[in-house]
Ligand binder design. Sequence first.
Ligand code: NAP
Length: 201
Amino acid sequence: MNSMKTGIMGGTFDPIHYGHLLAAEEARRNLGIDRLIFVPTGDPPHKKDHHITPAEDRYAMTLLATAGVLEYSVSRIEIDRRDDTHTVDTLREFIASGIKPEDLYFITGLDAMLSITSWFEYEKIPELCTLVTARRPGYPVSGIETLPKFVRDKLKYIEIPQFAISSTEIRERARDGRGIRFLVPHLVEIYIESNNLYKNS
Ligand code: NAP
């Protein structure tokens, strides 16, 4: 039997938006990933000084955004972890659950990936998974050449249609009452509005 490829979609998801979902889906299709697990960060060690929406709200929005997609699920693994949340620990936990490193893919944004050398025990990460990051078609990827070769050797790119959405922009639009319809899934829009998220951000 072929082994099952698992993609871990890591992000703060504050909030999750269609850019994340497009990147996830392109990664799934291009790499033949069988199941995709969204892993919202708990208390990100690199963002202690920023205001971040409570993990339970970010988790709820990620559930709403992915509900009904057969291949998608959402994990509480980082939200429920008491200590600081590190990608290397998350990957180790998935491997301990029986996934082989050759079947495990960690997908995240390019900017985040470019900072990987500052992550906790980052040099172990390429042994645990294949790294995947999204880029826009036709745009050169700058900065990747600064990463160590053993990281670059495990890095794959997926091209996503040009889709200039960011969580920062969505928070600003929600704060200013400029509307976020069609930037996030409808249920996420309703969740943000009914919980007054980002009004004071
Ligand atoms: P970030 O710095 O908030 O995001 C960097 C860029 O990547 C932003 O443009 C962001 O866009 C985009 N992005 C984030 N997640 C994405 C995704 N899944 N797909 C496509 N684009 C994405 O990064 P972050 O969200 O905090 O962290 C990303 C991942 O790296 C998380 O899984 C985090 O745990 C991991 N990480 C680990 C460590 C560590 O182990 N010490 C340190 C840093 C990051 P939006 O703002 O629109 O999302």
